[in-house]
Design a protein around this ligand. Structure first.
Ligand code: NAD
Ligand code: ZN
Length: 381
């Protein structure tokens, strides 16, 4: 089959690899119809991780079931399914509580929790930027989509990751109707957090970034864009909230945060959040902060440690929630919102490419080139 494989820093190739296949009775085999490039792929693409050369990328996947193992009861050949990026068992003590991002069964390392397709340090699983994908614990992991999803794949594929992840940011931040919310990052995840805050009836949503095309997408759904290359985001949020600071804050950038001049600044968004969220406010961090040393020249970031203004967080009595999103905890309800016409996450899609053009998609999305907000790929052309 064709698959997008990692070839070293900032290099991917679409190559022939052995077909994915059913390996265990609980597996489902999916023919991929849509697979996205995610900001999380860039951690590996940019060479910040120990992702091995030759491994297949892709954790935002949907497609049609082409085979099921003998132990699969619910999912059937022909079903159109969306796959949560987290691979989970459904029966461990974390999955039982809906904490599927921290599954205790799927990682191959007993000291770890959680697994994902095509990811460094998240189990041995291949990704779905390919013609076929093996889905472990298929009955649990496949969200069977309504028939209309065949014609609206660019909406429904967002249920694999970024729509539930944006929602998770607002859950961690405890967004309630009427709240004021500041979101750092207008990438795909930040834009989905803005959509989620809209769906939760936040009274004012402020989105901080410096890319005008991305800020324009935030504005399209009613958020206030804040360009931090022109103004201080902390001052702007305070001005917008009568000097109090926002009720809630979401971090949707991660440790690859830059200052507006383009210098790496891993703790910038955390410090801005602590400063622009009110006393006793709540903060949700879904941007990835991988505990590894990326060689940051300013030494703000050592192995396993990220320095930020914890003292101010403490003094302001703020609460902070973190981590990977438990996609399965939300994807069925968010699917309902898409089907009901109440959410259209495809508004951020900028490009739909054949899988063969993966190298081009990666290059432009990684450079945050103007107009390259979200790239979807189709293995069938
Ligand atoms: P992205 O890189 O496309 O978007 C990040 C945006 O942040 C960019 O538009 C960039 O201009 C902006 N930015 C950089 N520095 C900034 C700063 N100091 N202030 C404000 N904005 C700044 O990526 P994405 O796909 O939107 O993903 C964002 C983060 O979410 C990544 O770290 C990704 O790995 C993570 N993520 C986490 C989960 C999860 O389950 N927790 C799931 C998916 C993605
Ligand atoms: Zn993703």
């Amino acid at each position: 089959m064709k698959a997008t494989v990692y070839e070293g820093p900032r290099s991917v190739a679409v190559k022939e690899v052995p077909d994915a296949r059913i390996e265990r009775p609980t597996d489902v085999l999916v023919r991929i119809t849509t697979t996205n490039i995610c900001g999380s792929d860039l951690h590996m693409y940019e060479g910040r991780t120990d992702f091995e050369e030759g491994r297949i990328f892709g954790h935002e996947n949907m497609g049609e079931v082409v085979a099921v193992g003998d132990g699969v009861d619910r999912v059937r050949v022909g079903d159109l399914v969306c796959l949560p990026f987290n691979i989970s068992c459904g029966f461990c003590r974390n999955c039982e509580k809906g904490l599927t991002a921290f599954c205790l069964t799927t990682p191959d390392n007993p000291k770890m929790a959680g697994a994902a397709y095509g990811f460094a340090d998240m189990g041995p699983y291949d990704g779905g930027q390919a013609e076929l994908l093996r889905v472990p614990y298929g009955d649990h992991n496949c969200l069977v989509l309504p028939e209309e999803a065949r014609e609206r794949q660019s909406d429904y594929v967002m249920l694999s990751d970024i729509f539930p992840t944006g929602w998770h940011a607002t859950q961690l931040a405890c967004v309630q109707p009427g709240d004021t919310v500041v979101i750092y990052g207008a990438g795909p995840v930040g834009l989905m957090a803005a959509l989620s805050a809209t769906l939760k009836s936040a009274s004012k949503i402020m989105v901080v970034d410096r890319h005008p095309d991305r800020l324009a997408l935030a504005e399209e759904i009613g958020a206030i864009p804040i360009d931090d290359s022109k103004v201080s985001p902390v001052d702007q949020v305070n001005e917008q909230t009568d000097g109090l600071g926002a009720d809630r804050g979401c971090e949707c950038v991660g440790y690859q945060a830059h200052d507006p001049q383009g210098h790496e600044h891993p703790n910038l968004t955390l410090n801005n959040l602590v400063q622009s969220v009110k006393f006793t406010g709540t903060i949700g961090v879904v941007g990835v902060f991988i505990p590894q040393d990326p060689g940051s020249p300013d030494k703000l970031y050592k192995e396993g440690e990220i320095a930020f203004d914890y003292g101010l967080l403490w003094f302001k009595g703020q609460t902070i929630g973190n981590g990977q999103a438990n996609i399965k905890a939300y994807n069925r309800q968010l699917c309902g919102l898409i089907q009901a016409g109440k959410a259209k996450p495809s508004w951020i899609v900028s490009h739909e490419l054949p899988l063969d053009k993966a190298p081009e998609g990666y290059q432009h999305f990684d450079a945050r080139d103007n107009g390259w907000t979200k790239v979807l790929m189709h293995p069938d052309g």
